[in-house]
Design a protein around this ligand. Structure first.
Ligand code: NAX
Ligand code: ADP
Ligand code: K
Length: 486
């Protein structure tokens, strides 16, 4: 898992590091990294470095200082550098002096559009970790006329460093250089950041435990259940699915199918859609009610269940079964309406709640808001459950405060039934004994991988996501040296 640190933590780490480094050293390290990336982009986009034109958009803080120093380094490589000063009275003095000494041009905001029109590359040093709100008017106007590729210093200006949200105008970068650590914006708003490139400024030893973690292929490969020589269909954990209703048989078929496709072993189904499930998945043992189903090592409850009395009793039965449970869709709505249902739960058994934003609002009484990480974390504490908050980014919070996020790769999963597929996958991982936080995070990662493999640039249905699960498992195992090849 890759660590991500909030602004507050990064600043504290920088302060500690600065006590041991010469004044200005960190900024120069950071800026040198920016200049290396800028030269790389110039070669790629303009076909040359020397004699190409770079425009620096320079705000009134250290972010602008980084851009100015980077401009000075680029001058040494023969680049024609022009700095547009957005806050002339607060411009970073040493950076400005360095660029002047190196022969860079300095212009005011009024000249911005004209120099931008000639640029081969624009460096966004408007605002960094101190960013609040969308771009101010002058910066917004300049950002609007940029046509050349954009390299953002630390983050695309106008995005919130800790939530990735954009309120108003913001820069859209092709490449973002981050210093010393990944910050939340880099994983929560990859569409604005473009490619994120890391520049080591020596912070690692000062950072401590990350605030967030990003799931990677190796994490999925390390925990995905693979049967060993001693295994049979029972030893890998039997997944129970309680989903669907006469109105929504499809949800039962999708959820069950996702569990079937995710792991070897066995899946049992309970519900009124047993006939439809059996017809599509002959390997599943399907019956009418939870009490008739036989032993399982996990339950998935909710997709298409309905919110009537039968659904409520199903949720109660599943929560009191003493095995890990993934509560999705209508089961989340039932918990929102009847919180006492949770009393049926043995508090020692893992519980994963998988709401989308509207279900979250019903459950918690408030929308997730801008800070989805904080919202998921608070809900996880409140319900003593792992909370997987769905959306473009999936956020998975453990009651102990740990948070995982998945970095979106497109929005193909915004299709009906894809959540049913996810819950089936998580249920299968829980049955295999995967700890709930990991099961939810890794399930979401492989779900997104399945969508990416199925879509390859065109819309897909949830059935196609489901069918791509084995390919997704193969893919994450192949990507990871840790993945055991069988
Ligand atoms: N602390 C350190 O040691 C290091 C800091 N570095 C750089 O320093 C940056 C942080 O610098 P600062 O704390 O000086 O602050 P910033 O440079 O992030 O921003 C400060 C300025 O931006 C303005 N501003 C805020 N929101 C704005 C908006 N929405 N639109 C337009 N202007 C806005 C503020 O009025 C202020 O003048 C980091 O992002 C990084 O680029 C790097 O040099 C690495 C080392
Ligand atoms: N814009 C998006 N980008 C990426 N993933 C998305 C987007 N919208 C939804 N998803 C993902 O698709 C799934 C949808 O689940 P859900 O809302 O429960 O749908 P359904 O009830 O139709 O099954 C979740 O995993 C969610 O994270
Ligand atoms: K910036």
């Amino acid at each position: 898992m890759r660590g991500v640190w909030t602004t507050e933590r990064v600043r504290a780490a920088e302060e500690r590091l600065m006590l041991r480094t010469r004044p200005g050293a960190l900024m120069q390290r950071a800026a040198f990294g920016v200049s290396v990336q800028a030269a790389r982009m110039l070669s790629e986009h303009a076909g040359r470095v020397a004699a190409s034109r770079v425009v620096l958009l320079v705000g009134g803080g250290n972010n602008g200082g980084d851009a100015l120093w980077a401009g000075a380094y680029l001058r040494r490589r023969g680049v024609r550098v022009t700095a547009v000063l957005l806050a002339p009275d607060r411009t970073h003095e040493e950076g400005l002096a360095a660029l002047r000494r190196a022969g860079g041009h300095i212009v005011s905001v009024e000249a911005g559009p004209e120099v931008l029109a000639e640029a081969d590359l624009v460096v966004d040093g408007i605002v960094g970790l101190s960013a609040r709100g969308g771009l101010r008017a002058e910066a917004a106007e300049l950002a609007d006329v940029v046509d050349a590729p954009v390299l953002a210093v630390d983050l695309p200006s106008g995005t919130d460093p800790d939530t990735g949200q954009v309120h108003g105008a913001a820069v859209r970068a092709d490449v973002t250089v981050t210093f010393g650590a990944h910050k939340p914006v880099h994983v929560l708003n990859p569409a604005r950041c473009g490619h994120v490139r890391f520049v080591d400024i020596g912070l690692a030893g000062e950072l401590g435990e990350p605030d967030l973690r990003v799931v990677e292929a190796a994490d999925a490969a390390a925990v995905w259940p693979i049967p060993a020589a001693h295994d049979d269909k029972y030893t890998q954990g039997v997944t129970g699915v309680a989903a669907g209703s006469s109105a929504y048989a499809g949800a039962a078929v999708l959820t069950t199918g996702a569990a079937v496709r995710s792991t070897a072993g066995m899946v049992r189904f309970a519900g009124s859609a047993a006939e439809a499930v059996r017809a599509r998945w002959p390997e599943v043992i399907a019956t009418g009610t939870v009490t008739d189903v036989g032993r399982v090592q996990s339950w998935v409850v909710g997709p298409g269940l309905g919110t009537g009395t039968d659904g409520r009793e199903t949720v109660r039965a599943v929560l009191s079964a003493g095995v890990p449970v993934c509560v999705d869709a209508d089961a989340v709505n039932l918990l929102a309406g009847t919180p006492e249902l949770l009393d049926a739960r043995d508090p020692d058994t893992p519980l994963v709640l998988t709401p989308h934003a509207r279900e979250f609002e019903r459950l918690v009484g408030a929308e997730p808001g801008d800070d989805r990480v904080a919202a998921a974390r608070a809900a996880a504490r409140r319900f003593s459950a792992v909370v997987l908050l769905k959306g473009h980014n999936t956020v998975v919070a453990d009651p102990d405060g740990r948070v995982l996020v998945t970095v979106p790769r497109g929005s193909w999963l915004a299709t009906a039934g894809s959540g049913d597929v996810l819950s089936g996958m998580i249920g299968a991982l829980l049955a295999a004994g995967t700890p709930p936080w990991t099961a939810a995070g890794v399930g979401a990662y492989v779900h997104a991988e399945a969508a990416a493999l199925a879509a390859r640039g065109a819309p897909i249905s949830s059935s196609e996501v489901l069918d791509a699960i084995p390919d997704a498992v193969r893919s994450v195992r192949a990507m990871s040296p840790a993945g055991e090849r069988v």
